[in-house]
Design a protein around this ligand. Structure first.
Ligand code: SF4
Ligand code: SF4
Ligand code: SF4
Ligand code: FES
Length: 939
């Protein structure tokens, strides 16, 4: 793709039919009522100079460059703030407006860096506009009072502010408030003294969350990426998909150079990306430097024992070693003694090939994925209720919601672009209920205030959702027509939920939420008219995670909040491709498309195509693999792109399991914690090298396109194919598009997906049942995928993880905006400036009781282990609950989490661990960091 700027029509699109006819410079155009003259001109192919207007922001009308003349109207109105009327006739280039524009432009240039007219930077709209209005010189001269020597702000690691180039158009201020919703910027001073300021401090110390929206909106180089300042403008662009979270933002990777010499200059969120519509967060926009980090491993390595140094070898030798090692284990211990874990960071095509390798070459169903430890209860619960293991809506649906019920999710940190969208809708009038033990940002932030914050005690979600449903049922708020027309098991469920033990008064002692608040929240949700549930790992990572998912589905069905815009039950997925890795058959009981391995008609599809006999019995889940490894029956593991030694609960147990195995193969970017226990290390590729697709939280398949060739000489799908082939099962594809073709040919929900269609028609949300379908933004519109929606009696069973006198606090874990998951990528970028270490958030009363002050080193201990970290006294925490993140391996937060898990899916109960906190003398971590992964000896 060339680097032509994206089309900008000046003001946002207005919904509605194009009922108005307008003539602009003789061109006729039809537009919807409310459309600005500036936008109408753009649609008619007429360009009007402008500086303060851009189509991602509401019109502001400050620069006075977009003046026009309108037949029958007085003066020269600003076209950006003037709405079209039917029959309007507009002239944009009369001598009068051209003279006025030149005068305005000269004023701007008189207080601007002197190189502006000859500036070679390609991104400056001032320069473009100067040429457009034909200003070649400034009559006022450049010698007067100006801002050209004002001090800049270089504190942000990724972008700089240069007041000399600032024209005070306020686009940055408006982007920060309208698009991002942070309201970090203001215009300080008046007239000549006006200056953009992040709240009277510098960018780094301010409220700024480094989303970059202001940089993108800036028409000059006043706000500019440091990478552009350092490297100069990019020369071409590749449209691809972010590899961090499940929002799945589209980006233009803007680069210089070709082939292996390609350098990413900047990532610019793509306006046409349907998941993000031109917005991004700090991770996707700026934290891509890990791809070229010196820690990247570029060569395969082997060693006989895990206490030996690594030895670099050729790809052939490493693959032969993997294949012979696995075959040897199977010969000695049986076909089921090996297995694989696929990665939710990899493409659908890579994941599909890994599960095929396990099923066809390993000959068993011992394939699992990191979704096991995050959203497996979503898959189970939504499948039980609706017949599909995925969220019900597209993100755009949120723009139609009247009420949001956000449970156990922290979108502004973990799904920031969706968080901005949600806040925008709340600012426009939607009501918000936040159910979370912590006082997360959504509860109260700039211009956003939740109607109710319900600090549900960790481990009691099911009692809470049952209480909401109780109110709906007993107060007559049920949508009877929806239940009768579309649901099953209605009467037994209604009788169950109306039992007195589910009342808010009865559950208050369990959940800690005042009964009146539960009643009010339930009434608000039921009243809608469009109420949407969004949830995260605070729902799923519990011993009753699957029950809670079904409980939320019950609530939505009770109120008829499904099958239309603005409603639904929506998981906010963690990893970029966790939806896709589940879709692709990464679970030990399901073939691609969530079809159980026991279904002969589905197995036959693959048996015929692959030429093998597939086992009808489910294989081992990750925790079963660990248990079997410790008991000696499971001896070999292929781990693709997941750091199980850090991310999985009860670290000691995981380490013991890995140490017990004969052959651990790790494929990853870096020598991670799991690599400490590996015998073969296969270097992986970043998203900037991959060719394929990711599927985001709204079931949207987006293209991932290679920006430069693989650093390691192979693509990951090729490696899996070569291992399978070396094990005696020939497997190969010429290109990832052929893998997608196989997926489409064998999986009805993907039947209409192909690289060609994604490249020409854009992203699609599955199901895409044939070549004519563009996918399914909203599911279950007329009927549920399973026919009738199923209400399930969701009995609350308290977790066995209880507080005791020895462990009187509950630990819950989560994420922070700037870091990602185990931090392998973000810690290798300047993002670490914001979160250099994990900390323990604790309520003031709990801290006082223990003599803990903010900044103290404390020991965090549970019945399974302990670690040390610094404490921060936080108003976000309720008494009795502490919180930490797990972004830094040195902290080893999962040393203290237990191996309790969801009854249906074994998803770990990360969110509930009974702990004690005591003052410690020094940071003595339980184990080392990635440096321990082993020294390397060159061949
Ligand atoms: S920094 Fe850029 S966007 Fe902000 S007011 Fe100045 S010129 Fe406009
Ligand atoms: S980077 Fe984002 S949060 Fe920071 S000032 Fe700019 S728009 Fe606001
Ligand atoms: S919101 Fe998620 S997908 Fe979007 S840029 Fe941020 S990390 Fe990437
Ligand atoms: S673009 Fe219309 S006033 Fe600035």
């Amino acid at each position: 793709m060339t680097l032509a700027p994206e089309t900008d029509l000046g003001t946002p699109a207005v919904p509605g039919d194009p009922t108005l006819t307008v003539t602009i410079d003789g061109q006729t155009v039809h537009v919807a009522p409310g459309t600005s003259v500036l936008r109408a001109a753009g649609l008619a192919g007429v360009s009007i100079p402008r500086l303060c207007a851009t189509d991602s922001l509401a019109a502001f009308g400050s620069c006075r460059l977009c003046l026009v003349e309108i037949d029958g109207a007085k003066g020269t109105p600003a076209s950006c703030t003037t709405p079209c009327t039917d029959g309007m006739s507009v002239e944009t280039r009369t001598p009068q407006v051209e003279a006025l524009r030149r005068g305005v432009m000269e004023l701007y240039l008189s207080d601007h860096p002197q190189d502006c007219l000859g500036c070679a930077r390609g991104s400056c709209e001032v320069q473009r506009s100067a040429a457009d209005v034909d200003v070649a010189e400034v009559r006022y001269g450049l010698a007067g009072r100006s801002h050209v020597d004002d001090a800049g702000d270089h504190t942000n690691p990724y972008f700089a502010y240069d007041p000399a180039a600032c024209i005070v158009c306020s686009r940055c201020v408006r982007a920060c408030s309208e698009v991002q919703g942070t309201f970090a910027l203001t215009v300080a001073g008046r007239g000549f003294d006006s200056r953009i300021t992040p709240g009277g401090t510098d960018f780094l110390s301010s409220e700024c969350v480094s989303c970059g929206a202001c940089v993108q909106a800036c028409p000059t180089s006043a706000l500019e990426e440091k990478s552009v300042i350092e490297l100069g403008m990019p020369t071409r662009a590749v449209v691809t998909t972010c590899a961090y979270c499940g929002v799945g933002c589209s980006f233009r990777a803007e680069v210089q150079g070709e082939g292996a010499d390609t350098q990413v200059v900047r990532m610019v969120p793509w306006k046409e990306g349907r998941a993000n519509e031109g917005h991004s967060c700090v991770k996707g926009r700026f934290a891509f430097g890990y791809a070229a980090h010196p820690d990247r491993q570029r060569h395969p390595m082997v060693r006989d024992r895990i206490d030996e140094p690594w030895r670099q070898v050729s790809w052939d030798e490493s693959i032969a070693r993997v294949a012979s090692g696995f075959r040897d284990i199977q010969a000695r211990h049986g076909v089921g003694a090996i297995g694989g874990i696929s990665s939710s960071r990899c493409t659908n095509e890579e994941v599909y090939v890994v599960q095929k390798m396990v099923r066809a070459a390993f000959g068993n169903n011992n394939i699992d994925t990191c979704a096991r430890v995050c959203h497996s209860p979503t898959g189970y619960g939504l499948n039980q209720a609706f017949g599909t293991s995925a969220g019900t809506q597209d993100f755009e649906s949120a723009d139609h919601a009247d009420v949001f019920l956000v449970i156990g999710a922290n979108p502004t940190d973990a799904h920031p672009v969706f968080g901005s969208r949600l806040k925008r809708r709340v600012r426009a009038g939607a009501r918000l209920i936040v159910a979370d033990p912590r006082r997360i940002d959504l509860v109260r932030s700039a211009h956003v205030e939740a109607a109710y914050h319900l600090p549900v005690r960790p481990g009691t979600n099911v009692a809470f959702v049952n209480a909401l449903a109780y109110v709906v049922v007993t107060e007559g708020l049920v949508n009877r027509a929806f239940l009768d027309g579309r649901c099953e098991n209605v009467e037994p469920y209604l009788q169950f939920i109306a039992r007195p033990e589910h009342s808010p008064e009865a559950t208050e002692q369990i959940t800690g939420i005042p009964a009146d608040d539960v009643r009010a929240a339930a009434r608000l949700y039921a009243a809608g008219p469009a109420s949407a549930i969004y949830y995260g790992l605070g729902v799923t990572e519990h011993s009753q995670g699957s029950t809670m998912v079904m409980g939320m589905a019950n609530l939505a069905m009770l109120c008829g909040m499904l099958g239309r815009p603005g409603v639904g039950v929506n998981p906010l997925r963690g990893q970029n491709n966790v939806q896709g890795s589940c879709d692709m058959g990464s679970f030990p009981h399901e073939l691609p498309g969530y079809r159980h391995v026991s279904m002969p008609e589905v197995r036959h599809v693959y048996e015929d195509l692959w030429g093998v006999t597939l086992p009808a019995e489910p294989g081992l889940r990750i925790p079963n693999m660990f248990d079997s490894a410790i008991s000696g029956s499971f001896r070999g593991l292929f781990v693709q792109g997941e750091d199980i030694a850090q991310s999985d609960p009860n670290t000691q147990h995981v380490h013991a399991a890995l140490q017990a195995m004969d052959l651990v193969v790790v494929q990853d970017l870096f020598l991670n914690e799991t690599a400490r226990f590996a015998h073969v290390f296969l270097p992986g590729t970043t998203f900037l090298e991959k060719d394929g697709t990711f599927t985001n939280a709204e079931r949207r398949l987006g293209r991932v396109r290679p920006v430069f060739p693989s650093f390691v000489g192979k693509d990951e799908w090729q490696v899996a194919c070569e291992i399978a082939t070396a094990m005696g099962y020939p497997m190969g594809y010429g290109h990832p598009r052929e893998i997608m073709a196989e997926i489409a040919a064998t999986t009805p929900t993907f039947a209409g997906v192909s690289f060609d269609r994604l490249d020409t028609q854009g992203s699609m949300q599955w199901p895409v049942r044939d070549d004519t379908s563009m996918g399914t933004p909203i599911m279950h519109v007329d009927e549920f995928v399973r026919g009738r929606g199923k209400l399930t009696e969701t009995v609350y069973v308290p977790t066995t993880e209880r507080t005791t006198r020895r462990f009187p606090l509950i630990l819950t874990t989560g994420r922070i905006l700037s870091q990602y998951n185990v931090g392998a990528q973000t810690r290798r970028t300047p993002n670490s400036i914001w979160h250099p270490a994990d900390v323990l958030e604790i309520h003031a009363s709990d801290a006082e009781l223990r003599g803990v002050h903010s900044g103290d080193v404390v020991e965090l201990a549970s019945r399974v282990g302990s670690t040390t970290l610094r404490a921060v006294i936080s108003e976000r925490m309720p008494p009795g609950v502490v919180y930490t993140t797990f972004h830094h391996p040195v902290t080893g937060a999962n040393v203290v989490t237990t191996d309790n898990s969801d009854w249906a899916t074994n998803c770990p109960e990360y969110k509930v661990t009974a702990v004690q906190v005591t003052v410690a003398t020094s940071l003595e971590h339980t184990r080392g960091v990635e440096a321990h992964a082993g020294s390397v000896v060159a061949p």
